[in-house]
Design a binder for this molecule. Structure first.
Ligand SMILES: *Cc1c(COP(=O)(O)O)cnc(C)c1O
Length: 378
């Protein structure tokens, strides 16, 4: 066979396959998963699920197991109804199952949104530094990516952002609030200004990613959904609900958006086991949100102590804190890791990000950065 390569050596790699051009030379997303005593790098909730909830999950999954010969509820109606009730109760905005859609993590929700509203010949924008998965999912769906600006203090400058929207006219606009990795919340007025600008440029879909909103000092932006059919709010059970392993994300929007994403979702995408587990977790919302209060207090303690040590800290509305500055943030990350504490270098120049863990984990982290400061000022 002329031109065919032989698959005989381990030197054969991705780029030897007929993969799409835009994937060549790229690496999969992922924080290093290192086996160290204190892991504060992926914004997970440090508290394991409480035992009564583990029991309830076991019960509900056992029940679901009896019906596993059948496909699951394709529309996940019971789960969407309970998610809508949770949002209505906590978000001060009435929603029903028709406004809510769920998938395997909010990453899948975002993928479905980009499959529906992005794609080849279209573009999406995010204001960076922000959640890098938005750009990666854009690439995976063939959607062009625009890196929008943020100010020196990591807030979104409304005039600068609106100017880019007017000029580039993206089909999808991502606003992450609170933002990852900076922790910065976005004011409702900013979202409204961007929504207006995006609608006058073209009828763009504006996606507010509220993965961390339960940790915020500010209220959810859910009430903005009223009369704004092109606005979407994305949520997840990975952070506040302490269920990253469950893989359950969801969105709230006008029912037409929910109808639209169903054009691309795989049939039966959400397994009966996932639906049963998520429903069990929602029965224990109050207990789980209790941990959120502890984590908010720990987050505030981290901010205060890091400032007292002499670090520059970005205001945080999330369960993590961005701090610096470092001449060489990667070297600083390594020094902290050498002390048994894994945090995250998100590639923001001079800054690192630490997730709020248990009080003991946070103490270990603070000891490590105190040592580092002494070393650096010695
Ligand atoms: C962690 C995170 C998510 C959550 O993704 P899941 O797929 O639900 O685990 C979404 N958006 C942002 C900004 C995040 O940091």
């Amino acid at each position: 066979m002329a031109g065919a390569r032989q698959v005989t050596s381990s030197a054969f790699g991705i780029d030897d396959l007929p993969v799409r051009d835009e994937l060549r030379g790229k690496f999969p997303y992922g924080a290093p998963q290192l086996d160290v005593p204190v892991q504060l790098n992926t914004n997970e909730n440090p508290y394991p699920l409480p035992e009564p909830l583990v029991e309830r999950i076991t019960e509900r999954v056992r029940e679901a197991a009896r019906g596993l010969n059948r496909y699951p509820d394709r529309d996940a109606v019971e789960l969407r109804t309970e998610l809508a009730a949770y949002l209505t109760r906590t978000g001060k905005h009435p929603l029903t199952a028709a406004n809510v859609w769920a998938a395997n993590g909010s990453n899948e929700v975002i993928q479905q949104l980009l499959q529906t509203f992005g794609g080849p010949g279209r573009t999406a924008i995010g204001f960076e530094p922000s959640y890098s998965m938005h750009a990666l999912i854009a690439r995976g769906t063939g959607t062009g990516w625009i890196s929008g600006p943020r100010g020196e203090d990591f807030t979104i400058d409304v005039d600068a952002a609106c100017a880019v929207l007017a000029e580039r006219r993206p089909e999808v606009v991502f606003i992450t609030s609170p933002n990852n990795p900076t922790g910065t919340a976005v004011a409702a007025e900013t979202v409204l200004a961007l929504y207006e600008a995006a609608q006058s440029a073209r009828a763009s879909l504006v996606v507010v990613d509220e993965a961390y909103v339960e940790f915020s000092h500010r209220a959810s932006l859910l009430p903005l959904l009223a009369d704004r059919p092109c606005l979407v709010v994305c949520r997840t059970m990975s952070k506040a609900f302490g269920a990253a392993g469950l893989r359950l994300g969801y969105l709230a929007a006008h029912p037409a958006v929910v109808d639209a994403v169903q054009l691309v979702r795989l049939p039966y995408h959400l397994s009966a086991v996932t639906q049963a587990t998520a429903l069990a977790a929602l029965e224990h919302t109050d207990t789980l949100l209790g941990y959120v209060e502890t984590l908010k207090a720990e987050r505030d303690r981290l901010v205060g102590e890091l400032r007292a040590i002499g670090y520059e800290v970005t205001e945080s509305d999330a369960n993590f804190v961005q701090f610096g500055r470092f001449e060489d943030s990667h070297a600083a990350w390594q020094r902290i890791l050498d002390r048994g504490v894994l945090i995250r270098d998100n590639g923001v120049p001079g800054r690192l990000r630490v997730t709020a863990g248990t009080p003991a984990e946070n103490d270990a982290f603070l000891d490590a950065v105190r040592d580092l400061k002494k070393e650096q000022s010695a």
